[in-house]
Design a protein around this ligand. Structure first.
Ligand SMILES: [Zn+2]
Ligand SMILES: [Zn+2]
Length: 342
């Protein structure tokens, strides 16, 4: 089968690799669409320092094309599905408690020939049925492919459970910031977005943000104070990946408020914390990493049932034969998500 491999810094190639054969307990999925996430972009740009070649891709959708006799499942051939490529062991303390996003156990790694892969940027993938989620055949594959990024943000929202009428501040209006915005609105919250790019602030308003702030030309502190009657925000979702502004974000919190550091930091410079501020204000500082099974299931439902509209965030679709161009386009900050179709 064909797979899109990053073979060098800034270089992808279409390689012919061994077709996966589903084992008992697995299904074979023909991948239709895979989105290019920041993780793929960092592998492509060389920023991640990962050994190459590597076949990336983890935000994908497709349909079941084969079920071996030894697989007992209610899935049928032809079912449209999304899937979780992140491996987990199923029997560590985190997996047992349903937090398989934090799995600390061992799991089998995917390799095509001798090329390691996360599995999304290839024509086919074989997966255990427990990693596969049904999705409506009434929505496009490109919409279904948003399940993984949406699930990541659902996990983040569930870390703190914002409630009706509360104020959420989102720092950074890339795709992750936008999905936090949409989910916070579903939770009945008032949402402020801080984002330096004017085009993204415009999209944030179009998608329902109540208020946006340009941190370069405006003073977020005084604007947030005015907007919240001097109290600050109950929740902050920090999606900007810059540790230089991670520290100052805490000051926009209301007492008893929570900040979620969503996403990894590049570069990961340490920040200082004022322990007395946390003591007197009862602030909570936490993080969010990847989705667990329940978040994935919820995301597939929200998209299948049309409860969340992601059409604004699918910037472009390319054929797998144009993978090099697609990857270059994904690096352009004007894009939210670029898709590759097989
Ligand atoms: Zn992703
Ligand atoms: Zn585990």
């Amino acid at each position: 089968m064909k797979a899109v491999a990053v073979t060098g810094k800034g270089k992808v190639e279409i390689l012919e690799v061994k077709h996966p054969v589903p084992e008992n307990g697995q299904v074979l999925i023909k991948i239709h669409t895979c989105l290019l996430c920041t993780w793929e972009q960092r592998i492509f740009s060389g920023e991640s320092g990962m050994d190459l070649p590597f076949i990336p891709g983890h935000e994908a959708s497709g349909k079941i094309v084969s079920i071996p006799e030894g697989t007992v499942t209610s899935f049928k051939e032809g079912d449209h599905v999304v899937f979780k490529t992140l491996d987990d062991c199923g029997h560590c303390s985190f997996c047992y408690q349903g937090f398989n996003n934090l799995c600390g156990g061992k799991s089998k790694k995917r390799v095509y020939g001798d090329i390691p892969s996360s599995g999304g940027l290839a024509e086919y993938i074989s997966l255990d049925v427990g990693k596969v989620f049904p999705v409506s055949d009434q929505i496009p594959y490109s919409t279904a492919a948003f399940t993984e990024p949406l699930a990541c943000c659902i996990h983040s929202i569930r870390r703190v459970n914002p409630d009706l009428g509360e104020t959420v501040l989102i720092i950074g209006a890339g795709l992750m910031g936008m999905l936090h915005l949409k989910l916070s609105l579903l939770r009945g919250c008032r949402v402020i977005v801080i984002e330096p790019r004017a085009d993204r602030r415009k999209v944030a308003i179009k998608e329902g943000a109540h208020f946006t702030i340009d941190p370069v030309k405006e003073d977020p502190g005084s604007l947030i104070s005015d907007f919240t009657d001097g109290e600050g925000c109950e929740y902050i979702f920090f999606t900007a990946s810059k540790s230089s502004i991670a520290e100052e974000a805490v000051k926009y919190l209301k007492k008893m408020g929570t900040i979620v550091y969503y996403g990894s930091f590049h570069p990961n410079d340490p920040v200082t914390i004022d322990p007395n501020k946390i003591h007197y204000g009862e602030y909570v500082i936490t993080g969010s990493y990847s989705p667990s099974t329940v978040d994935f299931y919820t995301a597939s439902k929200l998209l299948s049932r049309g409860l969340i509209d992601v059409s604004e965030f699918l910037t472009e679709e390319w054929s797998s034969s144009d993978a090099q161009k697609a990857m270059e386009r994904a690096l352009d900050p004007e894009t939210f998500r670029v898709a590759i179709n097989f």
